[in-house]
Each structure stands twice: as structure tokens, then as C-alpha cells.
Design a protein around this ligand. Structure first.
Ligand SMILES: *Cc1c(COP(=O)(O)O)cnc(C)c1O
Length: 427
């Protein structure tokens, strides 16, 4: 892709952007360039409408909403799973919207981690989101294992990325489960999930992916790849709202397998209200639900996922790779040399990265704070990464161009130098 430095080029790109019209369907923070949609996506009018609709149903139907709402609440989780299936290359019954990301990880690992004899290790990596590693440690302990022995973390060669070759090499006959992220939350590296799944399956090892940083921005082909299970967060690129309900994918070849953490919402709907003491699990991924659908944290997803489907995840990915490439081009051209000295920690090849760019700098925390003072919202991840995420449905090329001018001005004026090194609680 060939880009140009000038502002007029950004304006031209916006004029040609097939997704440009989605921007007006979101609520934008007045005067703010929002580059943090990889942490919390913005609210759309569509999500607001689907949430308000459920509020109205609660108001007018009370408990009748479980059976009598437009989408009966009792099957809402399945219905939204159907809506999301295309986004991840799954069949409708393979996806269900329930729980939270870490909770779903527990439920799935409790199902697919079956340590036996010498095969009792979980293979993960040292760059995954810490919550995932905490959960894996506790799952190993629950099975009477020793996390020091049984949790194998593939090391990063450069502190930013994980080599697929290193993961494959670590898939020994002592490994009972592989659990990896799709996209690394700091560097933005996208793993080759197809290849890793092929290699794991060749060795008879179940493999699952945490797709929190790729769902809604990268196409997935779970069925085609043969992934055993996956889960993801819906408040990042899916724009489902703060603490929004997560999603679970279970490959249909595992339908009928007993969920490791059963609960009544995983029961077959037809017999659920028989209130039998015997669990009768649903026949598809629904069986991995545990408790009552959290309607108010789930309802915004109907609007949000509808927009992703309307735009198409393929078109979203096309814009995402183009706009992040453009951002990287500007960073390289304008800000890579002294006195700016910004560098990029994200892999350069489009097929090896997700939706955000990890920008590194010697004084990242204070630069990120100075950006905020200028009305740009990035986020910061220690030790030195400023994450910038242009979101295909609502970030314009002009905003990306402006972010780079703001970064330049921060350094030109030394604006970060007056700020404290002390970090706040939420970064
Ligand atoms: C955001 C994210 C989570 C969040 O977990 P919650 O349970 O929703 O707090 C977990 N894992 C990864 C990789 C994430 O990016």
C-alpha cells in the first residue's frame, strides 16, 4: 500500500471509505479522538436501541419477558450466538453469548483439560493477558496439579511476539491442552490460528483460543480450522458496552461432552423447568452457559453485532489493515527519528497483526498522558507501550492523521515533561 503524508490524502481516503457511514451511528465524545476502542468500544445508537427495547420489555412484561419478549429472554443467549456465528466462521449452534471472558475460560478449560498420566500440562505463553494465566494456574490446582510443573509458557524471543514454531515445538506428548490468545494485547501480533490448530490436532491435543482482541475486527474460521473451543470479550471491538457479556464457541464435534462447570442455563430448554435434580445438558454450545442470562449486559450486543454483520467482518478487516498500515506509515515517516524516537512493536505484515498498533517510546506513560490532555484517548500498557486502535466502524483516516500531528506536537513542545511519572489506577 502506498500512502501520502498530507492531510488532503487522509480526506481523500475518508471520501472513498466504504464504511464511512457507520461513524454517525456511534456516540462520539465531544472534541475527543477516541483511539481506545480495543479496550472499550463506543456506544452506538443501535446498541442503545436494543438495550432500551429490553428495558421497555422489562417495564411492560415483567417476568413475562422470559417467554414473551420480541426475542424471548430465555433463548436470548442462543439467538445472539446465532447472530455472532458468521463473524467467527461457526455454525449457529456453536456459539452462545454468556458469562464473562475469564469465567468462560474457566468453564471451557474445566471441560477440555483432562489431565491423564504423563499428559497433564497446559501449554500457554508468557505474553497472554494475565487474567488468562491466573485462571489456568487455578484450574491446574483444582485438578490437584502443580502449576510450576504443569503450566508451560512459551517464551517470547523479543518480548513482543511469540513464534508459532516455538509453540509447535512445545506441543509434546505431555501436553493435555493448548490455550493461546488470537491477538496479543500489547504488541497486536495475530497468531496463525489455522496452523496452530492443525499442529495441535495432529498430536491429539485439544486447542482453544481467547479471541478477545480479534473478535469483531479479524475474520475467524473456527470450523474450517477445526478449533476445539474459543471464547471472547464483547466490549472491545464488538462494542457491547462496559463489562458486556462474553461469548463461547464449542466445535460441534464436542456436542454432548459434559460441561466442566454445569449450571441450569446449560440445561436443555425443553426440560429446564421440570426442575429435575438430574442435569440434562443442551445439545449444542448452549450447554456451556451456567446461570441466568444477564439481560441488561447482553442486550446492547444485538445492536452492536447487527452493525458488524451489516458491514461484514471482511470489509471491517480490509479497512482495519489499511488504516493501521496508514498509521504505521505516518509514525515511520514523521516520528521515528530523534527527537521523536517512536518505534512500532507490532509486526509489519498485515496477516500477522490485529486491529491495534503498539507504539513504543522511552517515556510512553507521560506521552500518553500528554496526548489525553490534547483530547486524544490512547491507552498505556507497561513498560512502554502506547496502544492506538483505529476502529474500522468509527475512526476516520483524518483522525489518524491528527493523532500523529498531536504526538509530534507533544514532543515538539515537551508537553509530557511537565507531567508526573506516577501512574493512575486505570491506564
Ligand atoms: C480483555 C481481555 C480479557 C478480559 O476478561 P474479563 O473476564 O472480561 O475481565 C481476558 N482475556 C483477554 C486476552 C483480554 O483481552
Amino acid at each position: 500500500m502506498v500512502f501520502e503524508l498530507g492531510m488532503d490524502y487522509a480526506l481523500r481516503m475518508d471520501a472513498e471509505d466504504p464504511l464511512a457511514s457507520f461513524k454517525d451511528r456511534f456516540y462520539h465524545l465531544p472534541g475527543i479522538i477516541y483511539m481506545d476502542g480495543n479496550s472499550l468500544g463506543l456506544l452506538s445508537r443501535d446498541s442503545e436501541a436494543s438495550l432500551l427495547e429490553v428495558m421497555e420489555e422489562w417495564k411492560t412484561l415483567g417476568i413475562g419477558g422470559w417467554a414473551g419478549a420480541r426475542i424471548p429472554w430465555i433463548t436470548y443467549a442462543e439467538r445472539l450466538g446465532e447472530l455472532q456465528a458468521g463473524m467467527v466462521g461457526a455454525e449457529p449452534g456453536e456459539v452462545v453469548v454468556c458469562g464473562g471472558t475469564t469465567v468462560n475460560l474457566h468453564a471451557l478449560v474445566a471441560t477440555f483439560y483432562e489431565p491423564e498420566g504423563a499428559r497433564k500440562k497446559i501449554l500457554a505463553d508468557e505474553l497472554n493477558f494475565p487474567s488468562d494465566l491466573y485462571a489456568l494456574v487455578s484450574q491446574i490446582k483444582l485438578r490437584g496439579g502443580d502449576p510450576v510443573e504443569d503450566l508451560v509458557l512459551v517464551k517470547s524471543r523479543d518480548g513482543r511476539t511469540i513464534e508459532e514454531d516455538d509453540v509447535v515445538e512445545a506441543m509434546t506428548d505431555e501436553v493435555a491442552l493448548v490455550l493461546l490468545p488470537s491477538v496479543y494485547y500489547k504488541s497486536g501480533q495475530l497468531l496463525d490460528m489455522g496452523r496452530l490448530t492443525r499442529e495441535a490436532r495432529k498430536r491429539g491435543i485439544p486447542i482453544g483460543f481467547d479471541c478477545s482482541h480479534s473478535a469483531g475486527v479479524v475474520p475467524h474460521h473456527f470450523d474450517e480450522w477445526g478449533v476445539d473451543f474459543a471464547f471472547w470479550c464483547n466490549y472491545k471491538y464488538v462494542n457491547g458496552g462496559p463489562g458486556s457479556t462474553g461469548s463461547v464457541y464449542v466445535n460441534k464435534r464436542h456436542f454432548g461432552k459434559a460441561p466442566g462447570m454445569a449450571g441450569w442455563f446449560g440445561n436443555n430448554r425443553a426440560t429446564m423447568f421440570d426442575m429435575s435434580n438430574e442435569f440434562d445438558p443442551a445439545e449444542d454450545a448452549s450447554a456451556w452457559q451456567i446461570g441466568t442470562t444477564t439481560m441488561l449486559s447482553t442486550a446492547p450486543l444485538e445492536g452492536a453485532v447487527g452493525m458488524i454483520n451489516e458491514a461484514g467482518v471482511k470489509a471491517i478487516r480490509e479497512k482495519s489493515t489499511k488504516i493501521t498500515s496508514y498509521l504505521m506509515f505516518l509514525l515511520d515517516e514523521v516520528l521515528s527519528e530523534a527527537p521523536y524516537s517512536f518505534s512500532i512493536g507490532t509486526p509489519r505484515q498485515p496477516e500477522r497483526r490485529g486491529g491495534h498498533v503498539g507504539v513504543e517510546h522511552g517515556d510512553s506513560w507521560r506521552v500518553a498522558e500528554a496526548l489525553k490532555a490534547r483530547g486524544v484517548v490512547p491507552d498505556f500498557r507497561p513498560p512502554n507501550v502506547i496502544r492506538l486502535a483505529p476502529i474500522p466502524l468509527y475512526t476516520s483516516y483524518l483522525e489518524v492523521w491528527n493523532v500523529v500531528q498531536h504526538l509530534k506536537a507533544v514532543i515538539d513542545n515537551g508537553e509530557h515533561e511537565a507531567l508526573s511519572h506516577e501512574r493512575s489506577a486505570v491506564t
